[in-house]
Design a protein around this ligand. Structure first.
Ligand SMILES: [Zn+2]
Length: 255
């Protein structure tokens, strides 16, 4: 018999004679595996291969634990990067003062429950300061982040300020699943620079099919509409925000 043939035979015998103790027990519960035999063909010859099978689910549990740890880390990072102001970090529907606009609250709860990213389904909340519209969008945002969505909750003024030295800010918005712009349009409408910024902001979200939540003061909306240059941005807003909620009641937050 040639050496190569001998080697082959030896290795086959090693596989065939491998007993249950050749396989290591589970490192976590020390249970030994069941061993199954499988017929395989190697180099045209039928051989028996032994395969261990662990009846415990220690390995799967470890994988699951690692996955949930990574998810929690991601959610923490999303909260950190969301630009959510300190005052609204704890905003949730169950704490929202329902007395003023229970219907608007229900619409926002339904929006959250049926949320699908990149569908360009937006919300436009029109009302004076202190009517609770920002808080409602914060409730949606906090819930979505908890569900592992990437959200940005930006104050419009802050966006303008940041855009001067952070050219990537609009890209960051486009990377999110849900983008809130609070107090949209509060700028000097006699200056083209700001009107252009407003259009660039909304248009880039529009082109990327982003889901947005916008709050706007009715006086500001009226001012914007008075400048014909802003027609395009107003059109885009209404096109993206098929749901328009009005907050016409009296303010409960004193300012
Ligand atoms: Zn185990």
């Amino acid at each position: 018999m040639q050496q190569a043939q001998k080697d082959k035979l030896t290795s086959t015998m090693a596989i065939v004679t491998a007993g249950v103790y050749d396989f290591l027990p589970c490192p976590d519960c020390y249970k030994k595996p069941d061993v199954h035999e499988m017929k395989v063909t190697l180099d045209g010859k039928a051989k028996i291969k032994k395969i261990p099978s662990y009846s415990c689910n220690c390995y799967q549990k470890k994988l699951d634990a690692r996955e949930s740890q990574q998810r929690q880390q991601r959610i923490n990072d999303n909260f950190k990067n969301s630009m959510m102001s300190e005052a609204f970090k704890t905003a949730y529907f169950n704490k929202y003062q329902t007395c003023n606009f229970p219907q608007n609250k229900q619409v926002c709860i339904d929006y959250y429950k049926n949320f699908k990213p990149n569908t360009r389904a937006g919300l436009l909340l029109i009302g004076s300061p202190g009517t609770g519209k920002t808080e409602l969008l914060a409730c949606i945002t906090n819930n979505l982040i908890k569900d592992d969505y990437v959200c940005i909750f930006a104050d419009y003024q802050e966006l303008i300020d940041r855009s001067f030295d952070d050219k990537s800010i609009l890209n960051r918005l486009n990377g999110a699943d849900f983008v809130v712009i609070d107090d949209f349009g509060r700028h000097d409408v006699t200056k083209d620079f700001y009107n252009d910024f407003a259009f660039k902001l909304i248009n880039t979200l529009y082109r990327n099919n982003k889901n947005i939540g916008i709050t706007i003061n009715p006086d500001i909306l009226r001012e914007l509409k008075q400048v014909s240059k802003n027609n395009a941005v107003i059109d885009r807003l209404y096109e993206m925000c098929k749901t328009v909620l009005r907050f016409d009641g009296t303010s409960y937050r004193r300012e």
